[in-house]
Write a protein that binds this ligand. Sequence first.
Ligand SMILES: [Zn+2]
Ligand SMILES: [Zn+2]
Length: 691
Amino acid sequence: MEIIESIDTLTVQDPGGEDFCSSDLEWFKLRNAERCEDVALIPYDRVDAFIIGECSRVEFPTRFHVERGRKRARGSLKQHTADEYLDYKLYWCSFGPENYGEGGTILPSRRYRLNTRNRAARPQSMRGCTCHFIVKRLYARPSLALLIYSERRHVNKSGIICHGPLDGDAIGPGAKRVPYMCSGIQQQTMSMMYLGIPEENVLEKHIEGIHRYCDPNAKVDGIASQYVHKVGMIIKRSSHELDLDDEASIRLWVERNKKSVFFHRDASVADPLILGIQTEWQLQQMIRFGHRNIIALHSTFGIKRFKYPLCTVVVFDSRNHALPVAWVISRSVAKQDVTTWMKALLDRVHLTDPGWTAGSFIIDDAALEVEPIRQNEMESFSCPILFSLWRIRRSWLKHIVEKCSNIEVQREMFKRLGEIVYCVWNGRDVSAAVEEFLLDFADQASFMEYFKDSWVPKIEMWLMAMKNLPLASQETSAAVEAYHIKLETKLSDDDAAASHLGSLQRVDWLVHKLITELHSGYWLDRYADETDSFRDVKDEYIRSTSWHRALQIPDSCVLPDSDLSVRVTSQKEDDGGGPAKSHVVWNPGSEFSHCTCESSSTKGNLCEHVLKVGMVSDEDLPMSFRSLKAILIDAWRKMKPADGSMDLDVANAMTWRVLDRVRMFGDLYRHGDVSRVVDGMVPKWIGKKAR
Ligand SMILES: [Zn+2]
Ligand SMILES: [Zn+2]
């Protein structure tokens, strides 16, 4: 290999074909004071082609993931060398860098390994592969990328080939005949197993997946069947209890799942436990759907039932459904603690994508420290904060329907609670409204006890949050509530048994539930939607938010019922042949509507009927819109520039720019098709989205 001193003399290589790999390139040794590295220069827009090619080499089929990344702004350096980067990405073979297999630093627990003599139970990924390379987009010549190959062999620390067909030791004696199984199929098989789908069906899908990579033959199918059976056994025998002591158990779990933990602070006398969980898949989803988009915090789940409550960071996916991308188990709401885990989460995202930013953050708890989100510092999310009413609305309605037996009283109480909230905008005195409410419904002792305990002391704080922060839309509220409902169902499936065994008080039980059932559920939902497979799963997933169900109700199904109510009939007869159902929505057009359907009247959910009535009613503005209007008028009053000055022109220009962007968003939303919006725009250069 030729040795060079500077990359200025390197020629740019661009092998033809759709994609290419390292053996299609001529490599040079670049020597400088510190080290000597293998380098090659290619056009920057061919980087993707190189990575795809490098992933599909016959001897080492794999994926490369971004292990670390750095970015630098153009023009930020006064002086620079020829190989200085504008954008730096370290790609690592996805069979590394950690080693979870035998001989690795992290041994699979003996208690849960199968007692077989072959090594089929060895995990299918994370074998400590050291293969990695660097892609530098050059600062001086941004159209070029410098490839630096640090370790080209797919070997572990001991220098032994650790995966692929050449690794005889990979997955047991039949390894050479076992086709490469992509992580997608493994994840699919695991997810289906965790969701309790029968083994025959899992196997059928598993083999279907494998046949995409190799020709069907009896041997391959036989090995696949063994594999699925073994995964099933491992899952059946695995338990959340890695140790009798919960804290020790969690420490073990953290030790074994380093890639899925973004923050961990052990419980001590001075500090309570904080455990931040995010799997590799969740990280990818957060980067994909959260960038310049809305993120929401679903907080304090299980505050009464669990030892430590759960807080979830969710993003909104391509269907605007809430998708959990990080879980934080912690009792602490101290500013310092919230800041610490939020920073750790953001750091993790930035390690993979340095340019990632959040568009806005929606919170649902008025007591939450907003400083860590709002701080105008580089290391915080530093984005606008919105407030969602879903939690307060749901808690109130749920307790009303549980504690008051008379349906007319329920309706009236809920409406009156809504009026207390409306004090935020109509200027009425809050304490007078609360006082009146307490007096008028004094006979509802059970509800009043709850209301006085839980809400009266902090109602001002909640209303202040609603006044000061813009309110999130009903669609967002419905999506976050759908996540809440799913969480509740998954975590209370075996509630009785769990509480009997004291599991609810164990953190390891909660972690196990999240990482197995809940994670698998969401993974399969997204997979089914994106690959258009598993029709039933996909349909159920699409219908899982009340907003989506409301969109399916034709306008003609909404009919006036009385002065104070609207009737919503279901379109078709029940599958069982029963008559078409109809539900009555009281106090229509308000967030504080009361519906007679089961979901609303027994659980306090924001149902599709209430949402549908809100969509067709043109008299009442949704609360989020009212809030936006109030905030805009307030901002205008405070910031109005002195009449006649040039400031007015600047303010005018800025306002139009904002309005233009809002209009564009509206168009996009209505058409649901980006090409129609783009057609109406002035043509301009659109950068290819960075990998
Ligand atoms: Zn490798
Ligand atoms: Zn309803």
